[in-house]
Design a protein around this ligand. Structure first.
Ligand SMILES: N[C@@H](CCC(=O)N[C@@H](CS)C(=O)NCC(=O)O)C(=O)O
Length: 309
């Protein structure tokens, strides 16, 4: 199998989700550290414009969004499963809730003044300003939560999660871990890292114990790779041939020039030739001077497919 390359940065919660899944599946991987804000001059040649973190690369195939990245890791290493059969549906739904509602409740709680200092204290005032401007532009018109509303909601969400663990089960959905655990974990990991505002976790002993069991997964140190090396791997690799049947929900035929754009935030379109549309995934082929011919993959849920103008 071609190497798994993760483009990420250490403080990214969504990247932590994938790092933990890699540890849990005992998969070796290579690490490319990307900037925490735009510009990302060595990442965009691979993705064609998608700027969110993390991105996974396997040869000349580039996978955007952790929902898809986790599904691909499951294909590579089916056991232990992220979607154990009896709870697969619940696991996906709970993961989707955690990656959106829970995450966007943790963010305003963490980014109140005391929290900002604990997560971004290492930045200079200029970098901090640039970071705020970057994230404001990235969020666009997405609704923002008042920190007071966020703290109140978070208190309840933590209680709901703790209740799921209250009957002696080790994982949120029972005896087996699932994608739901990793999606909830990365949000609470980010919260816990914001030490000045993480006290909200203190009263939830069950959640802290559950977090400890994910913390305890041995994180094998990844091999470090430079951005240039990753681009070269893309350039000298051939994208995998899409196998699954084409599912047309838009009246757009394979081979059409399209754009795929996140529906929620960081709405940067990626343009290319539509080479796959399965029930759960889109893939577009594009060419770049540095990356060569690459295929960029997205989950269907949360992304908009349009004919290129
Ligand atoms: N739905 C996306 C969300 C990813 C996301 O929002 N990541 C954050 C970092 S944790 C991000 O991209 N921030 C802006 C950046 O890194 O440039 C996923 O599951 O991958």
């Amino acid at each position: 199998m071609t190497d798994i390359i993760l483009h990420h940065y250490p403080t990214s919660p969504f990247a932590e989700k994938v790092r933990r899944v890699l540890a849990w599946k005992k998969l070796p991987w290579k690490s490319v550290i990307i900037p925490i804000m735009m510009p990302k001059p060595d990442l965009l040649p691979l993705t064609g414009g998608y700027r969110r973190t993390p991105v996974m690369q396997v040869g000349a195939d580039v996978y955007c969004d952790t929902a898809l990245i986790c599904a691909v890791l499951e294909r590579i290493a089916p056991s232990p499963s992220l979607y154990p059969a009896p709870v697969a549906g619940q696991a996906r739904l709970l993961a989707q809730w955690a990656d959106s509602t829970l995450f966007w409740t943790v963010i305003p709680h963490v980014f109140q003044p005391a929290g900002v200092q604990s997560v971004l204290g290492h930045l200079t005032p200029e970098q901090m300003q640039a970071f705020s401007a970057d994230r404001a532009a990235m969020r666009g018109n997405a609704p923002r939560m008042h920190p007071g509303d966020a703290a109140a909601a978070l208190q309840q969400y933590l209680r709901w999660l703790e209740d799921m663990l209250a009957h002696g089960q080790p994982w949120l959905l029972g005896e087996e871990a699932s994608i739901a655990d990793f999606s909830a974990y990365h949000c609470l990991w980010f919260l816990r890292n914001a030490t000045a505002v993480a006290g909200i976790l203190d009263q939830f002993a069950g959640l802290r114990k559950w977090m400890n069991s994910i913390d305890a997964l041995p994180l094998a140190a990844p091999e470090k790779l430079g951005a240039e090396g990753a681009l070269q791997i893309a350039n000298t690799s051939t994208p995998a041939t899409p196998g699954a049947a084409f599912v047309d929900t838009h009246g757009i035929a394979p081979g059409t020039l399209v754009t795929v754009t996140p529906a929620d935030y960081a709405q940067d379109p990626v343009a290319g030739e539509l080479v796959a549309a399965t029930d759960s995934e889109y893939a577009v082929r594009r060419k770049d001077d540095r990356a060569g011919e690459v295929v960029v993959h997205f989950p269907r849920i949360g992304y908009q497919l349009r004919r290129a103008q």
